[in-house]
Write a protein that binds this ligand. Structure first.
Ligand code: ZN
Ligand code: FE
Ligand code: FE
Ligand code: ZN
Length: 254
């Protein structure tokens, strides 16, 4: 049955609800397994530039982990995993690797949220799309996603075509970029996340899009599913819209 491996918590500063409310929402929707994957502390920035509205602090991390363990002990009828959503920042692989080796996460979602330090998925910075050639932006973005996959730091590539979030589309075809990226995912041995948050975004479409998903399936890549819930009522949202070509046999348990 379906599993939601991408839940946030209020600690990231832009989500709401208690962690227990997320668990209860999952139970209410009949999910037997979930995983929290809140935003990693902004390891690549000096302390004074870490934005409390984007991610938890280092001090909050142990509390996050303890709360998951407590919920796991309380709701024994559910499987509750301890994950993290980690930003990929080129050149900072060593710092991330050190960070991850200090904690015992069940899985690490790898996310590209920045192109040249521009947080392109943040509505506050949407004006900057106008400064880009969108074809060029897509190339840079998928390049980073490929590098992230090859880094070996991540189990799952989260929302692998996030660059489409606000509906900016390139002129040219994306076939080659999708095909190449799917090949890189396969050779890197990463899983790919089917993330339904795109349905709530201006683009109104699941990540990855249908064509990209088909390339991934063609390469025998396996998937996780995540709602990227930032509110309890978003847990499991949109799962009924996941394409039928994703079957039980190509979904993994972490
Ligand atoms: Zn978030
Ligand atoms: Fe993300
Ligand atoms: Fe997320
Ligand atoms: Zn996300």
């Amino acid at each position: 049955m379906l599993v939601d491996y991408h839940l946030h918590t209020a600690r990231c500063g832009h989500a709401r609800g208690t962690m227990e409310e997320f668990v209860l929402a999952a139970r209410g929707k009949g999910l037997k397994e979930i995983g929290f994957a809140d935003h990693i502390p902004m390891y690549w920035l000096p302390d004074e530039h870490r934005d409390p509205e984007l991610a938890m602090s280092y001090a909050e991390l142990p509390v996050y982990m303890e709360e998951i363990l407590a919920l796991r002990a309380k709701y024994t009828e559910m499987t509750i995993k301890l994950g993290i959503e980690a930003d990929y920042i080129p050149g900072r692989e060593e710092e991330l690797s050190q960070f991850l080796s200090c904690y015992d996460f069940d899985y690490v979602l790898g996310s590209v949220h920045y192109v040249e330090s521009w947080g392109f998925d943040n509505p506050a910075y949407i004006a900057r799309y106008k400064e880009w050639d969108i074809d060029e932006l897509y190339h840079r973005y998928f390049d980073l996603v490929q590098q992230a996959a090859r880094s070996g730091l991540f189990n799952v590539m989260a929302h692998p075509d996030l660059v489409k979030k606000f509906g900016y589309r390139p002129q040219g075809s994306l076939h080659d970029l999708y095909a190449e990226t799917a090949r890189v995912f396969k050779s890197a041995g990463v899983y790919v996340e089917i993330n339904t948050a795109g349905l709530r975004a201006p683009v109104g479409e699941i990540y990855p899009n249908h064509e990209f998903l088909q390339y991934c399936i063609k390469h025998g890549i396996r998937f996780t599913i995540g709602s990227d819930a930032h509110l309890p009522e978003q847990v499991g949202e949109g799962f009924e819209q996941i394409p039928l070509l994703v079957s039980e046999s190509n979904i993994v348990r972490l």
